[in-house]
Write a protein that binds this ligand. Structure first.
Ligand code: NAD
Length: 497
């Protein structure tokens, strides 16, 4: 089957078209003419069919011993390893990130599968003393039921895997609504799970638009938990509707992450970090460093160094191994990124480099934007407060550690912040005072590893964490069990002495 073929929703183990027969097309952001595939534009009736299939499959999967569930995930890890290069190439074609980064994206999924396969034999609960004699108390985890997963396009394999593997390992049946810009990456990931032996109906996929298929999944009464990664704007809607229906809703939302360079920090190291975190994935990472807060003494040298590096970056189709910066995901997002350049200029920031749509030669086939730097940015400007989600970096000057931390903390978001300093006292003060779910020292704002919890504070989420030892919390309930083997009525709080 060629990739440009028509693909289906996965419902009860079968790939089927939307009931309405409607479709949408996935195209490459590096080349609008390159059609990656045609997908069902699903509606509420398709979501209902998927949820019904999940509901039917749930009891069998729940009854499957957790180590056996872990074995399915382990086989998926192996298959992903074997297909890493193919998946990475597909991702570069469908989403645009350069091959080096696409391989890293698939590797994240492999790492998560390995980790979760291990969790198959580590579903620890607590054994807790009773206040009464001849009585034992303990806890265990239980699956929630049918859970809905809604994912963005920027990590088209990694983010679905961060949700799928723990949700399935915990014994849930799932319905995944992947981003409409990267449906084939999600389909290929799910195929791996089927081949690894996941029973039909335990995982279902409904393709389509957010306001249609996504909203229907959020509203479906039999979906007991929702795990959403995406923009704050949509996350708020998901939380409102899910809250009304008393669902468990976990949200991973936007960021306005910053690197802080103090006057004793390593300038060259910080420039390396700012290039990787600001322009890597074309700035389309939730953890991208779109702000760099630099001590006033270093700000001139830093800006010159970053400018030189930004201007030397090779922009193009990421399938070319020499390319360092790929396209922007789609035309709407390209226009949005460009509109922020106008905002920055109007606000009085100094455009140091970039600020233009790139259309020369083959670049005209896709959605490309020049790596862009603004200097003389004040922390309250919109370009320093709002998530742009493109290759635009704002340089902000600060006089001191305290002022730098205040600037870093001045946005509504709190995902990832970093500090460059050689002074251990300042490093620890920054670790404590930076308001973020993730803090880096002498490293940029990106580079999370799957064995640690991942998530943000403030407007980046609602208190949940993905990955690491906390990953199962999103997808399981705790049950507390009391066993009284005294043979008589023992009353808690009353028969104690
Ligand atoms: P988005 O919010 O537009 O879409 C995310 C998903 O939600 C898509 O599958 C979309 O179809 C769906 N959706 C849209 N409207 C919906 C609705 N009304 N009801 C239900 N679902 C709906 O985000 P995006 O553009 O795909 O991704 C970029 C955003 O994701 C950025 O803000 C980025 O910071 C964020 N993000 C956050 C993290 C994190 O872990 N914190 C990771 C990656 C991306």
């Amino acid at each position: 089957m060629s990739d440009a073929a028509e693909h289906g929703n996965l419902i009860g183990g079968e790939w089927v078209p939307a009931r309405s027969g409607r479709t949408f097309t996935s195209t490459s952001p590096a080349d609008r003419e390159d059609v990656v595939g045609v997908f069902p534009r699903s509606g509420a009736e398709d979501v209902t069919a998927a949820v019904d299939a999940a509901r039917r499959a749930f009891p069998g999967w729940r009854a499957t011993p957790q180590p056996a569930r872990g074995e399915v995930v382990r086989r998926a890890a192996q298959l992903l390893r074997e297909r890493k290069e193919d998946l990475a190439r597909l991702m570069t074609r469908e989403m645009g990130k350069v091959l080096l980064e696409a391989r890293g994206d698939v590797q994240e999924a492999i790492d998560m599968a390995d980790y979760m396969a291990g969790e198959g034999r580590r579903p620890f609960g607590e054994t807790v003393p009773s206040e009464l004699t001849d009585k034992v108390c303990f806890t265990w985890r239980e699956p929630i039921g049918v859970v809905g997963l809604i994912t963005p396009w920027n990590f088209p394999v990694a983010i679905p895997s961060w949700k799928l593997f723990p949700a399935l390992l915990a014994g849930n049946a799932v319905v995944l609504k992947p981003a409409e810009d990267t449906p084939l990456c999600a389909a290929r990931l799910v195929e791996v799970l089927l081949e690894a032996g996941l029973p039909p109906g335990v995982v279902n996929v409904v393709h389509g638009l957010g306001e249609e298929a996504g909203a229907a999944l959020v509203a479906h009464p039999d979906v007991r938990a929702l795990s959403f990664t995406g923009s704050a704007e949509v996350g708020r809607q998901v939380a409102a509707r899910g809250g009304e229906l008393l669902k468990r809703v976990s949200l991973e939302l936007g960021g306005k992450n910053a690197i802080v360079l103090l006057d004793d920090g390593d300038l060259d190291l910080a420039i390396d970090g700012a290039v990787w975190a600001g322009f890597g994935t074309t700035g389309q990472r939730c953890t991208a460093a779109s702000r760099v807060i630099v001590h006033r003494r270093l700000v001139g040298d830093f800006t010159d160094g970053l400018k030189a590096r930004a201007e030397s970056l090779r922009v193009g189709n990421g399938l070319d191994e020499r390319v360092e910066v790929g396209p922007i995901i789609n035309d709407r997002q390209l226009r949005r990124v460009h509109s922020y350049t106008a905002v920055g200029v109007t606000e009085g920031a100094r455009l140091v480099t970039g600020g233009a749509v790139l259309e020369q030669g083959d670049l005209g086939r896709g959605h490309f934007y020049a790596p862009t730097i603004f200097a003389d940015v004040r922390p309250g400007m919109r370009i320093a407060q709002e998530e742009i989600f493109g290759p635009t970096v704002s340089v902000i000057a600060a006089e001191s550690l305290d002022e730098a931390i205040a600037h870093a903390n001045s946005t509504v978001y709190g995902l990832s912040l970093s500090v460059y300093t050689r002074d251990v006292n300042r490093a620890f003060r920054a670790m404590r005072e930076l308001q973020a779910g993730i803090v880096y020292v002498n490293a940029p704002t990106i580079g999370a590893e799957i064995q640690l919890p991942f998530g943000g504070v403030k407007g980046t989420g609602n208190g949940h964490r993905e990955a690491g030892s906390r990953a199962l919390d999103e997808f399981s309930e705790w049950k507390s069990v009391y066993v009284d083997y005294s043979g008589r009525l023992q009353r808690a709080q009353i028969d104690t002495n």
